[in-house]
Design a protein around this ligand. Structure first.
Ligand code: BV8
Length: 248
């Protein structure tokens, strides 16, 4: 894989790196993406299961769907793409992950600074009193569990369509993007907002935008460099280059 002089220079000079990731980085871990041939959204409409209205209308159907996705995520393991990102922390002063993924695989790969824009499938809370429940307390409940405190319905701690993103996490992610030297955009179609604004913000703030995707996307025209291929293959190669260019 050829690296341009410009990209190698950026890798040599940079201090602050942001990895903006989507479902594509977890595809090689067996977690299906949302769009694309095998995408989740081809089988079901997002608003039918990933919205508060859908949950109120049929809580058990929505709960069952998240229990099914949790099973897949629990059986999955971080792949070389997740692991390479975690290892970048050894070579740069400031590395963080801004992710749309709710699968917890960046944390399991060892990344230290993760901004989960759309929540985390392993956490849950009561829609009434907001009491939090971790996955171990609820993992075997087939039906939507009821809150021990107020008998409210318990929902996954993810951001559904039409819901606001966690404010402080979004503000912090924006700040990381604005101050980044390089922003890697990995495995996302960048069609869901306001998350998709993050790489644009980085670019407009002078960051060097590098896309890693098996195909071109809405963002490709903004990218300073696009690597077409699987993130689990490309990110380890970029890390190797970093090891040659930079000392621990
Ligand atoms: C909101 C959690 C305020 C739940 C998710 C502006 C314009 C248009 C629409 C809107 C807008 N602003 C708001 C909207 C509405 C909506 C939206 O963006 N709709 C889209 C569909 C047009 N946004 C919202 O509703 C947001 N909230 O705006 O609140 C508000 C309030 C009231 C009224 C209005 C506004 C909340 C959005 C969050 C929804 N929750 N997830 C769950 O997971 O169950 S979104 C979910 O889908 C993911 O988190 C992710 O964000 C998105 C999927 O996108 P990707 O991750 O990119 O995955 P995708 O499959 O699309 O692409 C994978 C890519 O990887 C592909 O490019 C593929 O080529 C590539 N790939 C595949 N394999 C590999 C690979 N690349 C590398 N290597 C590989 N091996």
């Amino acid at each position: 894989m050829q690296f341009t002089e410009e990209f190698l220079e950026k890798l040599t000079e940079a201090n602050r790196i942001v990895f903006f990731t989507g479902a594509g980085i977890s595809a090689e871990s067996g977690v299906s993406t949302f769009r694309g041939k095998e995408g989740i959204w081809n089988k079901i409409k997002p608003e039918e299961l990933a919205s508060f209205d859908a949950f109120l209308k049929n809580p058990n159907m929505v709960w069952e769907w998240y229990q099914y996705r949790r099973k897949i995520v629990n059986e999955a393991a971080p792949n070389p793409g997740h692991l390479a990102i975690a290892e970048f922390e050894k070579y740069f002063k400031d590395v963080c992950v801004v992710t749309q993924n709710v699968d917890n695989l960046h944390a399991r790969a060892g990344s230290s600074y993760i901004y989960e824009l759309h929540g985390n499938i392993e956490r849950n809370y009561c829609i009434n009193c907001k009491t939090f429940y971790n996955k171990d307390e609820l993992q075997f409940s087939e039906k939507t569990p009821i809150c021990k405190i107020c008998s409210g319905l318990i929902r996954p701690d993810v951001v559904w369509f039409g819901e606001l993103l966690p404010e402080q996490i979004f503000i912090d992610a924006e700040s990381k993007a604005i101050h980044s030297d390089i922003c890697f955009v990995v495995g996302t179609s960048a069609l869901v907002y306001p998350a998709a604004n993050i790489p644009i913000l980085a670019k407009r703030s002078g960051s060097y935008l590098v896309e890693v995707n098996i195909e071109s996307t809405e963002l490709s025209r903004f990218a300073d460099h696009s690597f077409i291929g699987k993130s689990g293959e490309i990110l380890p190669k970029i890390l190797n280059e970093v090891k040659n260019l930079r000392t621990v």
